[in-house]
Design a protein around this ligand. Structure first.
Ligand code: PMP
Length: 456
């Protein structure tokens, strides 16, 4: 916060105002009112040089931290040689080298191919095309609460908020949404494991016996941990049961690892927690430490279904700078053992949040794996009604104390720092969150504080 205590400082205000006058408002969400100008490791700096600990990692993109020197060098070297040549017409080595590495890293001991894209959304759209082309089936199944991006295919699969869908129909036909096993807010109001997996049984009876003929389904799309729904971790039976169901009916299992990939959850990919291999894996975000790149890594026969047809051409797919950034990202994750670090620091952070939960009724649930943690705030622990206003107050308090924090699905604090975060910074950020929760619980933060925070 500036000396005068204003929420938006003058250096940032001008840039925010210019954005509001020139850029469509639907392209952003309102959180900390700062213009970021520099990033190093787990820290970012605004245009006035103020320092913040970043708990958002640019939406789970900066797993190796901001501007890791190895990644920066790879980008600079490639940019000096060749900025781009489209793989639609010519070939280059970085895209081949990266495809080979992704095939090595992805779960599943079967022959694979890779198809590159630019964003998580376009990769999901293309997973729809390949799934339909390979199976010759029309139907797609996805989950309530899921988020796959905002292009039309990805939007059709997503079911997170009405504001993302309103006035945008018709979306893609033949897409069905079934319940995701959300144990904290179980629609059947049962507890795991006493429920004996009732949600999956009910889903099968309600949907697959009555509405969706399984033999017409091309693919089930699933996030191994639902990210934007609020870091919803499924119970242990779920992903293996889903894998088994898909096997029985010849349905492809598409795992969206856009948010959970590249060490975020303490494994290279989220599905590894349940020891399953999807038929198609969708990756993006952290793959190139912030340079736009996405990929499908899938069984060979699926990605050969559109063979030489020209049905998956993109001028900017597999840009060589992005591929080099991805190769450097993978090298850094390996050399600095960041996947194991994510698990270790994640365990520590979860312990601290669990300790806060014991002290403060405001915290209803702490969940996640590795450095992918959601802290769900509730108005009271019986109804579990989401405490959205309180969650924004935590973000405001953190912002004014040099920590960038955002929410997911209204009431869930999104805790996804870069995997390189220093342990002291991690504890400092956790101290600030704890102080925020204590102040809010004591009624010390007025509603007016967040009006200024979000009302610019
Ligand atoms: N899938 C998941 C699981 C995501 O979390 C996101 C982004 N939040 C996307 C897809 C969309 O990625 P992009 O914004 O790169 O299109």
């Amino acid at each position: 916060m500036s000396e005068g205590g204003e929420v938006i400082t003058s250096g940032n205000r001008g840039i925010l105002a210019r954005r509001a006058e020139s850029v469509a408002s639907a392209t952003g969400l309102r959180y900390a009112p700062i213009a970021v100008s520099r990033g190093r490791g787990a820290k970012v700096f605004d245009v006035e040089g103020r320092e913040f600990i970043d708990l958002l990692s640019s939406a789970a993109t900066a797993n190796t931290g901001h501007c890791h020197p190895t990644v920066v060098s790879a980008i600079l070297a490639q940019a000096a040689d060749l900025i781009h040549y489209t793989p639609v017409y010519m070939h280059h080595e970085p895209l081949v080298a990266l495809a080979e590495q992704l095939i090595e890293l992805a779960p599943g001991k079967f022959e694979k191919r890779v198809a590159f894209g630019v964003s998580g959304a376009d990769a999901n759209d293309r997973a729809i095309k390949y799934s339909r082309a390979h199976t010759k089936r029309p139907k797609l199944v996805s989950f309530l609460g899921s988020y796959y991006g905002t292009t039309y295919g990805a939007l059709s699969l997503s079911a997170l908020t009405l504001s993302m869908r309103r006035h945008l129909g018709p979306t893609l036909p033949e897409v069905y949404h079934i319940p995701y096993p959300n144990c904290f807010r179980c629609p059947l109001q049962l507890d795991y494991p006493e429920c004996e997996e009732a949600c999956w049984e009910v889903t099968r009876q309600l949907y697959f016996d009555r509405v969706i003929p399984p033999e017409e389904v091309a693919a089930v799309f699933v996030e191994p941990i639902q990210g934007d729904a609020g870091i919803v971790v499924p119970p242990s039976f779920f992903l293996p049961a889903l894998r088994e169901f898909c096997n029985q009916h010849g349905i492809l299992l598409v795992a969206d690892e856009v948010q959970t990939g590249f060490g975020r959850t303490g494994r290279w990919f989220g599905v590894e927690h349940w020891d399953i291999a999807p038929d198609v894996m969708v990756v993006g975000k952290a793959i190139a430490s912030g340079v736009p790149l996405s990929a499908l890594v899938a069984r060979r026969e699926i990605l050969e279904a559109l063979s030489a047809s020209g049905a998956d051409l993109q001028t900017f797919a597999a840009n060589p700078i992005a591929c080099q950034a991805a190769l450097a990202t993978i090298a850094v994750l390996k050399d600095e053992e960041l996947v194991a670090r994510s698990e270790r620091l994640g365990r520590h952070a979860k312990d601290r949040f669990s300790d806060m939960k014991r002290k403060h009724e405001l915290i209803g649930d702490v969940r996640g794996k590795g450095l992918c943690i959601g802290v769900d705030l509730v108005q009271d622990r019986c109804t579990r009604r989401p405490a959205a206003k309180e969650a924004l107050k935590v973000c405001w308090f953190c912002y004014t104390h040099g920590v960038l924090l955002t929410t997911l699905n209204q009431s869930v604090l999104r805790f996804q720092p870069p995997l390189v975060i220093e342990e002291d910074d991690l504890d400092l950020a956790l101290d600030v969150i704890e102080a925020a929760i204590a102040d809010i619980s004591a009624g010390k933060i007025p509603d007016s504080a967040i009006q200024d925070f979000t009302g610019w």
